[in-house]
Design a protein around this ligand. Structure first.
Ligand code: NAP
Length: 257
């Protein structure tokens, strides 16, 4: 893996916002979201790694996970150019970090990744703070007056946290055209350039600019995270995870604005 571009002069950082090709990105998380985003970002021309707790243990798994997804090794055999690293090593070598870890463990995992390894970097957070301890359906471990996105930003004040993509299933994240008629993706974060960088990834996945809705600062994570109970009910009602939010706006002359 190449050295982080953080070592380069500051003007190289503003280039990130313009959606440059070939950035060093690490995706923390070996689940279906981590795999899907890592493969999707690699297809955009970026250099990818994936972060995990224990490289050998993750590669040694032979059983499908709790959701029936094949073991990580099977995916990795098809993506040998994407290195699997310990969380801290993965974050240290990257200029952009994606949090695709179990929401209940994200704070602990990002602590293990190291605040210093996140400082100054775009931290794209797609996690949901789902708590399965009371059984199914899961509840939210943080809500109303706070959110996981905000907790991450507070814990790592020098990281540039952008919440996005947590409101849809992994396959739709990287291929919005799977759904007919166009749908929306949200971004929330305090740093405008970081949001521009994330927007460039979203565009690369096929999200039109008009369908990327800016919820403002990282506080906007609350709403997108609190959508999860409705998302889970909709999945049950529709019998599929492949759906998304489509916003219908009043025509301008009817809205009075
Ligand atoms: N599934 C979806 O389509 C979807 C859609 C939107 C948002 N999300 C959110 O995206 C995130 C990733 O979801 P996912 O389904 O891909 O994977 P996941 O099973 O929720 O998370 C897998 C990752 O979390 C780590 N992890 C799990 N429990 C841990 C613990 N107790 N301590 C430390 N690390 C732990 C695993 O580490 P190891 O690599 O070491 O095993 C692995 O890297 C979640 O926050 C989820 O809510 C999922």
């Amino acid at each position: 893996m190449r050295q982080s571009r953080l070592a380069e002069p500051p003007d190289s950082q503003s280039r990130w916002a313009k959606g440059m090709d070939d950035m060093d990105i690490t995706v923390l998380g070996t689940g279906v979201v981590g795999r899907t985003l890592a493969a999707g970002l690699a297809e955009q021309g970026h250099s990818l790694s994936v972060g995990t707790r224990d490289v050998a243990a993750t590669l040694a798994r032979t059983e499908p996970d709790g959701m029936g997804n094949p073991p990580f090794r099977q995916w990795h055999d098809d993506h040998t150019d994407i290195e699997l690293l310990r969380f801290a090593d993965a974050a240290a070598g990257a200029e952009v970090v994606v949090n695709a870890t179990a929401g209940g463990a994200s704070l602990q995992i990002l602590e293990a990744a190291g605040s210093g390894n996140l400082a100054g970097k775009v931290l794209m957070d797609v996690a949901n703070a789902l708590d399965f301890s009371l059984g199914m359906p899961p509840t939210l471990s943080v809500a109303n007056t706070d959110s996981l996105g905000e907790q991450i930003q507070r814990t790592h004040p020098l990281a540039k946290v952008v919440k996005t993509l947590n409101t849809m299933t992994a396959a739709v994240m990287v291929n919005p055209a799977r759904l007919e008629g166009g749908s929306e993706v949200f971004v929330a974060g305090d740093d405008a350039e970081a949001k521009d960088t994330v927007r460039s990834f979203l565009r690369g996945f096929g999200w039109p600019d008009a369908n990327i809705v800016d919820l403002g600062g990282i506080r906007g994570s609350r709403g997108s995270e609190m959508y999860l109970p409705l998302w889970l009910s909709l999945m049950g009602a529709l019998g599929t995870a492949e759906f998304n939010i489509k916003l219908m706006r009043a025509r301008r002359h009817e809205s009075g604005h």
